[in-house]
Design a protein around this ligand. Structure first.
Ligand code: NDP
Length: 326
């Protein structure tokens, strides 16, 4: 059988991760990397055909699924609906509050073109969402808890770097061990924002900047840090480069519930990710397989991870899955 032909739209962290993930899936092949930048200047991790996004319209017959690797803030709202009119697509749109709106803007062009657009895959939204649904459905009398970390938060790191006097820095989100303990014990605690997560910053100061002034600006920053206990550690530029350039992340989705007055049940899903973008990309590639199959079955329009049957993610046939995994 022929391989599923994948295109990568946008070559940042996710684009690189998708290229690595395709190499781990023998039923897929990479047709090309498409960028808004001059393709000749793109430094690919592995050799592959490089194109401008402007030629995508000429490649509709060469690509089974286009994986959209742009940012959620400004790239996907524009690229998602436009590409869904031409290709089956998968993306990782993660602005949670805007997912219903994004779904609508992608659904109309995808439906009209007979394409399948799988939106908001990844880990959160994505694998965590699926586990929240399982938890709620299986234990209707219960509480769902999501803890993130220990992980590098891109948004909070950006916020730290914008503080006057800061030359560089990163922020880690750390789940509170005491809170997780209570949740795992099935106590169904009510936890404040401060009780669930702590924040830890590693900061390089500009020459002449004052530690205390910078620390106060960070820990009191509205919305980002003021509702948390935050520690600020000052380091030098070499240490920042050597020890803080990976993008680890992960976390826990825990549902604890009661099936009777006497019995409590706890479900836990956890991720410990060495690289957030590489893992997210692996999820996108598995969902590309599902999107391709759904399109072949006439399931078109925008779809979310909730609409995808687990077996569709696997390269194995339904018969193989029944024999091996049931
Ligand atoms: P990047 O900033 O690395 O890349 C986004 C886009 O920016 C690329 O597609 C690329 O487009 C462009 N770009 C990349 N590098 C450069 C550069 N050096 N100069 C100019 N442009 C560049 O973002 P990520 O890949 O890290 O993340 C993309 C999105 O993934 C995030 O916005 C986030 O919303 C989402 N995400 C979702 C997760 C989930 O669980 N659902 C988890 C993690 C991330 P082009 O090649 O066209 O220029």
């Amino acid at each position: 059988t022929s391989k599923i032909r994948i295109g990568i739209a946008g070559y940042g962290n996710l684009g690189r991760g998708v290229q690595a993930a395709i190499a781990k899936n023998s039923d897929m092949e990479l047709v090309g990397v498409y960028s808004r930048r001059d393709p000749d200047t793109l430094q690919l991790a592995q050799p592959a055909p490089r194109y401008s996004v402007d030629v995508l319209g000429d490649h509709v017959d060469d690509i089974d699924v286009l994986i959209l690797c742009g940012g959620s803030k400004s790239d996907l709202p524009e690229q998602g609906p436009r590409m869904a009119a031409l290709f089956n697509t998968v993306d990782s749109f993660d602005t949670h509050a805007r997912i219903p709106e994004y779904y609508e803007t992608v659904n109309a062009p995808a439906k009209a073109a007979g394409k399948t657009a799988l939106i908001s895959a990844g880990w959160d939204p994505g694998m965590f969402s699926i586990n929240r649904v399982y938890g709620e459905a299986l234990l209707p009398d219960g509480e769902t808890y999501t803890f993130w970390g220990r992980g590098l938060s891109q948004g909070h790191s950006d916020a730290v770097r914008r503080v006057p006097g800061v030359a560089g820095g990163v922020q880690y989100t750390i789940p509170s061990p005491e809170a997780i303990e209570q949740v795992r014990a099935g106590l169904r605690p009510t936890l404040s924002t401060r009780e669930k997560h702590q924040r830890e910053c590693y900061v390089v100061l500009e020459d002449g900047a004052d530690e205390n002034t910078v620390r106060e600006l960070i820990v009191n920053m509205e919305h980002y840090f003021d509702q948390y206990d935050t520690t600020v550690n000052f380091i030098d530029a070499q240490t920042l480069a050597a020890e803080h350039s990976n993008m680890p992340h992960g976390g826990f989705v825990i549902r604890s519930g009661n099936t009777s007055d006497e019995q409590k049940q706890v479900i836990e899903y956890s991720l410990a990710l060495g690289s957030n973008p590489e893992f997210t990309s692996s999820v996108l590639v598995a969902y590309a397989r599902a999107a391709f199959r759904m399109n072949q079955r006439g399931i078109t329009g925008a779809q979310t991870v909730y609409d995808v049957a687990p077996g569709l993610l696997s390269p194995k046939s339904p018969a193989q899955l029944r024999a091996e995994l049931l």
